[in-house]
Design a protein around this ligand. Structure first.
Ligand code: URP
Ligand code: ZN
Ligand code: ZN
Length: 475
């Protein structure tokens, strides 16, 4: 009987780590990388990566999947469809959001949520959303999250009924500090949005594009400045979610120069889409209604500059899909909006009651590769850091996820940097019926996705079974 040194060897690829690129084989045993070098001995299974890159599986730390609202409505993207989409796009780990409904304990909000998540094919963890930081939630419930490996809290400074007052936000920051947790923040000023949108609606301006008029950069910049200031006051690290504009990144940069522990994330759609996409006729603009809103032409250049300076060091999807045929037209389908269900004459919702969010879990890696690497904006290790390493470090998965190093989980993607293909929703695995990148041509695609040493996608075919993803405890 042949005795193999490895369960799997990925041979002859250009290995891209968070800091280097070199030609090597990768040996995997029991789901873990055990050797990186030339001419490794035989594996039970062998894969050739000749003329291709081998990169760490992506870690998408901002995905809204199968969230259950207090009304009982459930997001259409399930852990099964969402993680198939993730794996097909080269992402092997997700951090999703465990809901808390206002007026409810954490425990009584969506009590079946972990059971739903157990259908995942990708590995997964959670940020705990806090919408109601009562003394019981702060002192009794949040500490119990640590046993689940949940080490980050998510708060919203806008949306009803999700937003926190400044006082509530301070109480969450202070609890997180006591427990050693990270806090992630959606920064927009609720009252400023309310004032602007009331004026727009009163003037009969209801089309999707007015979503952006009601949420200009200053609304995000003020809230980011406030969130950073309050975090400084408490001495608690935060990550500012989905930074959409250079002026917001500047707030982060200034704070970092003062020595503040604040990080910034942006999302793929802010780098490729603009307010012009919200102006598309026949309600098509609703497809890209998200918050913060899409910005003017030129803003993406400021974001790229902030990325290259390291101010924005994570690029996530903020995958939050609502089907165009159904959910985008149903104002009751989500808490991600701001306002009563005002309808236009054609039955479509006014801009303020369109559910906010775009799907991007499946396209994040390939669109970023094309924009960053193929177009020459960033080098390969930077691509790896932005799509996995930096999020792994921030969220307690360093050494296990997000890099190709001995001892890490063998989450690997064989990536063809020369393959050109046009994005078409009919080739995709997500449950959502559209993609904002329909017709976008990208050079650089995953050809094989490996999760903990197992080939889970080959040429866009999903080979893994539902329920094989693992809950990731975080340090
Ligand atoms: O529009 C967005 N971003 N929807 C998802 C919820 C959130 O704000 O992250
Ligand atoms: Zn948000
Ligand atoms: Zn989000």
């Amino acid at each position: 009987m042949v005795d193999f040194d490895f369960d799997l060897v990925v041979r002859d690829g250009t290995v891209v780590t968070s800091f280097d690129c070199f030609s090597a084989d990768i040996g995997v045993k029991d789901g873990v990388i055990t050797a990186i070098g030339r001419n490794l001995r035989r594996g039970r299974e062998e894969l050739s990566a000749e003329h291709q890159l081998v990169i760490p599986g992506g870690l998408d730390p901002h995905c809204h999947i199968e969230e259950v609202a207090e009304s009982g409505s459930v997001q259409e993207e399930t852990f099964e469809t969402g993680s198939k989409a993730a794996l097909a796009g080269g992402t092997t780990s997700l951090i999703c959001f465990k809901p808390q409904w206002r007026g409810h304990s954490i425990k009584s909000s969506a009590p079946d949520y972990l059971e739903r998540a157990s259908r995942a094919l990708a590995d997964y963890s959670f940020h705990q959303i806090i919408t109601d930081p009562s003394p019981e939630v702060l002192d009794q419930e949040i500490p119990t999250l640590l046993a689940l490996g949940v080490r980050s809290l998510k708060v919203f400074l806008t949306y009803d009924p999700l937003r926190l007052s400044d006082g509530q936000f301070i109480s969450v920051l202070s609890k997180a500090k006591q427990l050693g947790m990270m806090v992630t923040v959606h920064c927009e000023n609720y009252d400023a949005i309310e004032w602007l949108q009331n004026a727009l609606l009163a003037a009969g301006k209801t089309a999707p594009v007015y979503h952006a008029w009601a949420r200009p950069v200053v609304v995000e910049r003020e809230a980011a400045h406030r969130a950073i200031s309050l975090a400084e006051l408490v001495g608690q690290p935060i990550q500012v979610f989905h930074v959409s504009a250079g002026a917001v990144a500047d707030e982060i940069e200034r704070a970092r120069k003062r020595g503040s522990k604040v990080w910034g994330e942006t999302c793929m759609h802010y780098l490729t889409h603009t307010i012009a996409d919200l102006e598309k006729p026949h309600f098509e603009g609703a497809k890209v209604v998200c918050s913060p809103a899409l910005r003017d032409e030129g803003e993406a250049d400021r974001l790229w500059a902030a990325i290259s300076r390291g101010t924005l060091n994570v690029i996530s999807s903020d995958h939050c899909g609502f089907s165009f045929a159904k959910a985008k037209r149903d104002p009751g389908s989500s808490a991600y909006g701001q306002g009563t269900a005002l309808l236009n004459d054609d039955g479509t919702p006014a801009f303020n009651s369109i559910p906010n969010g775009v799907p991007g879990i499946e396209t994040r890696m390939t669109v970023l590769f094309n924009e960053a690497v193929t177009k020459g904006r960033l080098d390969l290790p930077a691509f790896v850091r932005l799509t996995s390493t930096n999020a792994a470090h921030l969220f307690g998965l360093k050494g296990r996820k997000g890099d190709i190093i001995p001892g890490a989980d063998a989450d690997l993607v064989i990536w063809d940097p020369t393959r050109e293909k046009t994005i078409n929703v009919s080739d995709m695995h997500q449950a959502i019926d559209y993609t904002p990148w329909e017709g976008y041509s990208a050079k650089g695609w995953p050809t094989t996705t490996i999760r903990r040493g197992e080939v889970v996608v080959r040429d866009n075919q999903i080979l893994a079974k539902a329920g094989t993803g693992k809950l990731l405890p975080r340090a």
